[in-house]
Design a protein around this ligand. Structure first.
Ligand SMILES: [Fe+2]
Length: 182
Protein backbone atom coordinates (compact mmCIF):
# COMPACT_ATOMS: atom_id res chain seq x y z
CA UNK A 1 0.00 0.00 0.00
CA UNK A 2 0.95 3.63 -0.44
CA UNK A 3 0.20 6.36 2.12
CA UNK A 4 -0.71 9.57 0.33
CA UNK A 5 -0.89 12.91 2.06
CA UNK A 6 -4.45 14.27 2.27
CA UNK A 7 -5.33 16.92 4.87
CA UNK A 8 -4.65 18.57 8.19
CA UNK A 9 -7.21 19.49 10.86
CA UNK A 10 -6.19 22.40 13.06
CA UNK A 11 -7.53 23.75 16.35
CA UNK A 12 -7.88 27.53 16.05
CA UNK A 13 -8.78 30.29 18.47
CA UNK A 14 -10.43 32.85 16.18
CA UNK A 15 -12.32 30.87 13.54
CA UNK A 16 -13.59 33.81 11.45
CA UNK A 17 -10.21 35.53 11.32
CA UNK A 18 -8.54 32.27 10.30
CA UNK A 19 -11.21 31.54 7.66
CA UNK A 20 -10.85 35.03 6.27
CA UNK A 21 -7.11 34.56 5.87
CA UNK A 22 -7.31 31.07 4.41
CA UNK A 23 -10.08 31.89 1.91
CA UNK A 24 -9.18 35.46 0.92
CA UNK A 25 -5.40 35.31 1.20
CA UNK A 26 -4.59 31.67 0.52
CA UNK A 27 -7.45 30.88 -1.88
CA UNK A 28 -9.23 28.03 -0.15
CA UNK A 29 -12.90 27.30 -0.85
CA UNK A 30 -15.16 26.28 2.04
CA UNK A 31 -16.66 22.93 1.01
CA UNK A 32 -18.59 22.14 4.19
CA UNK A 33 -19.35 23.67 7.56
CA UNK A 34 -21.32 22.27 10.45
CA UNK A 35 -21.48 20.96 13.95
CA UNK A 36 -20.77 17.54 15.39
CA UNK A 37 -20.88 16.71 19.12
CA UNK A 38 -21.25 20.43 19.91
CA UNK A 39 -18.11 21.41 17.98
CA UNK A 40 -18.14 23.58 14.88
CA UNK A 41 -16.04 22.28 12.00
CA UNK A 42 -15.16 24.03 8.73
CA UNK A 43 -13.69 22.16 5.75
CA UNK A 44 -11.64 23.81 2.98
CA UNK A 45 -10.10 22.73 -0.30
CA UNK A 46 -8.53 24.27 -3.38
CA UNK A 47 -7.77 21.09 -5.29
CA UNK A 48 -10.28 19.20 -7.41
CA UNK A 49 -9.47 15.85 -5.83
CA UNK A 50 -10.06 16.48 -2.11
CA UNK A 51 -13.17 17.42 -0.13
CA UNK A 52 -10.85 19.07 2.38
CA UNK A 53 -7.17 19.81 2.58
CA UNK A 54 -7.61 21.75 5.79
CA UNK A 55 -10.25 21.68 8.51
CA UNK A 56 -10.66 24.03 11.46
CA UNK A 57 -12.37 23.71 14.82
CA UNK A 58 -12.39 26.79 17.09
CA UNK A 59 -11.20 24.99 20.21
CA UNK A 60 -7.67 26.31 20.59
CA UNK A 61 -7.20 27.59 24.15
CA UNK A 62 -3.49 27.91 24.76
CA UNK A 63 -1.89 30.33 22.30
CA UNK A 64 1.49 29.99 24.01
CA UNK A 65 1.99 26.44 22.77
CA UNK A 66 1.90 25.39 19.15
CA UNK A 67 0.30 22.06 19.86
CA UNK A 68 -2.96 22.38 18.01
CA UNK A 69 -2.93 19.74 15.30
CA UNK A 70 -5.93 17.44 15.75
CA UNK A 71 -4.67 14.78 13.35
CA UNK A 72 -2.68 14.06 10.19
CA UNK A 73 -4.50 12.05 7.55
CA UNK A 74 -3.39 9.74 4.79
CA UNK A 75 -5.42 8.21 1.96
CA UNK A 76 -4.96 4.58 0.91
CA UNK A 77 -6.30 2.89 -2.21
CA UNK A 78 -9.15 0.78 -0.85
CA UNK A 79 -11.01 -0.80 2.07
CA UNK A 80 -8.71 -3.83 2.14
CA UNK A 81 -5.75 -1.53 2.82
CA UNK A 82 -7.54 0.21 5.71
CA UNK A 83 -8.55 -3.16 7.18
CA UNK A 84 -5.03 -4.57 6.80
CA UNK A 85 -3.49 -1.59 8.57
CA UNK A 86 -6.12 -1.77 11.31
CA UNK A 87 -5.21 -5.42 11.93
CA UNK A 88 -1.49 -4.56 12.06
CA UNK A 89 -2.01 -1.65 14.46
CA UNK A 90 -4.33 -3.65 16.71
CA UNK A 91 -1.37 -5.93 17.45
CA UNK A 92 1.17 -3.15 18.02
CA UNK A 93 1.52 -2.25 21.69
CA UNK A 94 3.01 1.18 20.81
CA UNK A 95 -0.28 2.19 19.22
CA UNK A 96 -2.93 3.72 21.48
CA UNK A 97 -6.54 4.75 20.93
CA UNK A 98 -7.12 2.82 17.71
CA UNK A 99 -10.67 3.37 16.51
CA UNK A 100 -12.60 3.03 13.26
CA UNK A 101 -14.75 6.01 12.23
CA UNK A 102 -17.24 6.11 9.35
CA UNK A 103 -17.56 9.54 7.72
CA UNK A 104 -19.95 8.47 4.97
CA UNK A 105 -17.49 9.68 2.32
CA UNK A 106 -14.60 7.78 3.93
CA UNK A 107 -13.87 4.68 5.99
CA UNK A 108 -11.25 5.79 8.50
CA UNK A 109 -9.19 4.51 11.36
CA UNK A 110 -7.73 6.90 13.93
CA UNK A 111 -4.87 6.06 16.26
CA UNK A 112 -2.11 7.67 18.27
CA UNK A 113 1.46 7.28 17.11
CA UNK A 114 4.12 6.38 19.70
CA UNK A 115 4.45 10.02 20.78
CA UNK A 116 0.73 10.63 21.01
CA UNK A 117 0.11 12.33 17.65
CA UNK A 118 -3.30 11.48 16.29
CA UNK A 119 -3.21 9.89 12.82
CA UNK A 120 -6.05 9.11 10.43
CA UNK A 121 -5.78 6.62 7.56
CA UNK A 122 -8.77 6.29 5.26
CA UNK A 123 -10.09 5.24 1.88
CA UNK A 124 -12.89 6.94 -0.03
CA UNK A 125 -16.41 5.55 -0.22
CA UNK A 126 -18.26 5.85 -3.55
CA UNK A 127 -20.37 8.73 -2.18
CA UNK A 128 -20.33 12.33 -1.10
CA UNK A 129 -21.96 12.83 2.30
CA UNK A 130 -22.19 16.36 3.75
CA UNK A 131 -19.68 16.77 6.57
CA UNK A 132 -19.07 16.49 9.43
CA UNK A 133 -20.26 12.93 10.05
CA UNK A 134 -18.77 10.64 12.67
CA UNK A 135 -20.27 7.17 12.73
CA UNK A 136 -18.75 3.77 13.20
CA UNK A 137 -17.83 0.79 11.04
CA UNK A 138 -16.52 -2.67 11.77
CA UNK A 139 -13.17 -3.57 10.17
CA UNK A 140 -14.02 -7.25 10.74
CA UNK A 141 -17.15 -7.10 8.57
CA UNK A 142 -17.11 -8.07 4.91
CA UNK A 143 -16.55 -5.28 2.37
CA UNK A 144 -20.05 -5.93 1.02
CA UNK A 145 -21.63 -5.42 4.47
CA UNK A 146 -19.56 -2.29 5.12
CA UNK A 147 -20.61 -0.77 1.78
CA UNK A 148 -24.26 -1.68 2.33
CA UNK A 149 -24.26 -0.16 5.83
CA UNK A 150 -22.71 3.07 4.55
CA UNK A 151 -25.24 3.50 1.77
CA UNK A 152 -28.20 2.64 4.00
CA UNK A 153 -27.13 5.16 6.66
CA UNK A 154 -26.66 8.11 4.31
CA UNK A 155 -28.80 7.48 1.21
CA UNK A 156 -31.56 9.83 2.41
CA UNK A 157 -29.31 12.62 3.74
CA UNK A 158 -29.37 16.01 1.97
CA UNK A 159 -26.42 16.28 -0.41
CA UNK A 160 -25.90 12.53 -0.73
CA UNK A 161 -24.54 11.88 -4.25
CA UNK A 162 -22.05 9.78 -6.18
CA UNK A 163 -18.63 11.14 -5.33
CA UNK A 164 -17.98 11.98 -8.99
CA UNK A 165 -20.90 14.45 -8.89
CA UNK A 166 -19.52 16.22 -5.83
CA UNK A 167 -16.07 16.58 -7.35
CA UNK A 168 -17.48 17.78 -10.69
CA UNK A 169 -19.46 20.52 -8.90
CA UNK A 170 -16.49 21.37 -6.71
CA UNK A 171 -14.26 21.64 -9.82
CA UNK A 172 -16.76 23.91 -11.51
CA UNK A 173 -16.97 26.17 -8.44
CA UNK A 174 -13.19 26.36 -8.36
CA UNK A 175 -13.07 27.33 -12.05
CA UNK A 176 -15.71 30.03 -11.45
CA UNK A 177 -13.76 31.34 -8.50
CA UNK A 178 -10.64 31.47 -10.67
CA UNK A 179 -12.52 33.32 -13.42
CA UNK A 180 -13.90 35.86 -10.91
CA UNK A 181 -10.43 36.53 -9.57
CA UNK A 182 -8.86 36.88 -13.02
FE1 LIG B 1 -9.83 13.76 9.05
Amino acid sequence: MQLKWSHVFVYVQNLEAMLDFYTRVLGFRVTDRGEVNGNELVFMSQVETDHHQIAFAPTRKDMARSNNVAHFAFRVANLDDVKALHATLANDERVQRLSPVAHGNAWSIYFNDPEGNNIEVFCDTPFHVSQPVGGTWNPNSSNEDIRAQNEAEHRDAPGFAPIEEFYAAHAQALRQQEATEA
